[in-house]
Design a protein around this ligand. Structure first.
Ligand code: ADP
Ligand code: ADP
Ligand code: MG
Length: 482
């Protein structure tokens, strides 16, 4: 493998370029007309504009991307996450063009990317499952009967869903029909596939997932768990590894289930098996993500592995050269997704120009970002600006470091989830580890956010003040010389 085209944008494109370059592999960036000035375009060895800003005409165009790869003689394509990363047709098309797809086969992606198909496989592999319909439901009355059987609350989900979209919690019978209609139309709009199914809604759950790696020689390992329970709109905002509530027995059991599932579907590459855990620490399979996950850095920091490098190695046919008992978590890692969203306004996207942008730095602080000062945050794509990731010897140290890093992260021009991150990570429920996916609904209060934000503004103000002080210091000696 000599040259990889990255079929993505922003922070994840930069992230992939980093690993590929360090492995001595050339990189090609693709970009839409909206992304011409993005850092990843400069970081790659070559860059090709593939079309207008709309994803459907650029980052989702299989034909244009493969044409670009052939034109610049790349021999592999990395899909990143989102966009075409879980599109089986894309994986197959890349292969048919004579190139290597850095990820699983089209067949595996289609099988595991469809939540219903994946549930069938999980059942056969003996992995515990949330009670739910075995196939898609179209008849509302049949679905309602099923919901009555398993008992309310239930959750209606799009089979093709992802990114928290196409999901409806229904607490009682009278809301069922309306919610099912909404879920179906949302699924059709967002995923071009209106198939939905009904699942038991687990009360006060935690989201725990297992990172796996599997090669084509039959080796599969678990790189332990991540907890991603702090979410808004069913989408993660804060993630950590390890989880504060998973002990070594549970870790082993969940890891073994995830590995068995990977082996069962002859999985190849990095992947994530997501579980939902109830109050009694029973866990159930949710879905498998057949790609690199947004929150992969927390696993990298505690297991000391480069997951992108492993994806590349596995795609080259190499063997995983370590065994399960060598995998151990060292310390604790936290990640905050810094979205250009306004936490004061229901986390609505806040687009505009980054008037100022200074990420924090220091030992064990990692910022995977895609933007820089002066750039516009476009309306066309996911509004994630960066991921702020920290490591600590233990969870308390990681929390303290994260709070410091948030205070020293300066973003002006757009609203961000930084203040929310500070509020959440500083919260008693987070410190204790007792939080669930309902954290935002249960604890998030705007006046408390305002307090956290004022302190943060004070921190950011200090950054500005320091700049001012420094300029005085360098000026003074000049005065004395006179
Ligand atoms: P992760 O599962 O890695 O934590 P998310 O669920 O937050 O990631 O999704 C990562 C990105 O991929 C987001 O930009 C999200 O909108 C997008 N995404 C995920 N699944 C799909 C899908 N099936 N269709 C379209 N976009 C998706
Ligand atoms: P997506 O493909 O959008 O990531 P998931 O099935 O992984 O969808 O679910 C996303 C989130 O929705 C979970 O992390 C959890 O917070 C919530 N969720 C999904 N299924 C259930 C369930 N059966 N009970 C409770 N919460 C659920
Ligand atoms: Mg998920």
């Amino acid at each position: 493998m000599k040259k990889i085209l990255i079929a993505n944008r922003g922070e994840i494109a930069s992230r992939i370029i980093r690993s590929a370059s360090q492995m001595g592999i050339g990189t090609v960036a693709i970009f839409s007309e909206a992304d011409r000035k993005m850092p990843y375009v400069r970081q790659a060895d070559e860059a090709i504009c593939i079309g207008p800003p709309q994803s459907s005409d650029s980052y989702l165009s299989i034909d244009k991307i493969i044409e670009a790869a052939l034109e610049c003689e790349a021999d592999a394509i990395h899909p990143g996450y989102g966009f075409l990363s879980e599109n089986g047709r894309f994986s197959d098309a890349v292969k048919e063009a004579g190139l290597t797809f850095i990820g699983p086969s089209g067949q595996t992606i289609d099988m595991m990317g469809d939540k219903l198909a994946a549930r069938k496989i999980a059942t056969r592999a003996g992995v515990p499952l949330v009670p739910g319909t075995e196939s898609a439901v179209t008849d509302t009355r049949v679905a309602l009967d099923f919901a009555r059987d398993i008992g309310f609350p239930v959750i209606i989900k799009a089979a093709a869903g992802g990114g928290g979209k196409g999901m409806r919690i229904v607490r009682n019978e009278k809301d069922f029909t309306g919610q099912m209609e909404r879920a179906t139309s949302e699924a059709l709009n967002a995923f071009g596939n209106g198939a939905v199914f009904v699942e038991k809604y687990i009360e006060n759950p935690k989201h725990i997932e297992i990172q796996i790696l599997a090669d084509r020689h039959g080796n599969a390992v678990s790189l332990l768990e991540r907890e991603c329970s702090i979410q808004r709109r069913h989408q993660k905002v804060i993630e950590e590894a390890p989880s504060a509530v998973v002990d070594s027995d549970l870790r082993k059991a969940m890891g073994a289930d995830a590995v068995r599932l990977a082996e069962f579907c002859k999985y190849e590459s990095a992947g994530t098996v997501e579980f939902i855990m109830d109050e009694n620490r029973n866990y159930y399979f949710l879905e498998m993500n057949t790609r690199l996950q947004v929150e992969h850095p927390v696993t990298e920091l505690v297991t000391n592995t480069d997951l992108v490098a492993w994806q590349i190695r596995i795609a080259r046919g190499e063997k995983i050269n370590f065994s399960q008992h060598q995998v151990e978590a060292r310390g604790h890692a936290l990640e905050l997704r810094v979205y250009a969203e306004d936490p004061y306004n229901d986390f609505l996207p806040s687009t505009g120009r980054l008037e100022d942008y200074q990420p924090p730095a220091g030992l064990h602080i990692r910022v995977d970002d895609g933007y820089e000062r002066g750039l516009d945050v476009p309306v066309y794509y996911d509004p994630m600006l960066s991921k702020l990731i920290v490591w600590g010897k233990n969870r308390d140290e990681a929390i303290a470091r994260m709070l410091y890093a948030i205070d020293h992260y300066l973003v002006e021009g757009v609203e961000t989830t930084l203040s929310f991150g500070k509020f959440a990570i500083d919260h008693e429920a987070f410190r204790k580890g007792t939080f669930t996916t309902l954290f935002v609904e249960q604890y998030f209060k705007l006046d408390e956010l305002r307090q956290a934000d004022e302190k943060r503004a004070f921190g950011a103000g200090l950054i500005a003040l320091n700049h001012y002080k420094k300029s005085i210091k360098t000026y003074r000696p000049v005065i004395r010389e006179k």
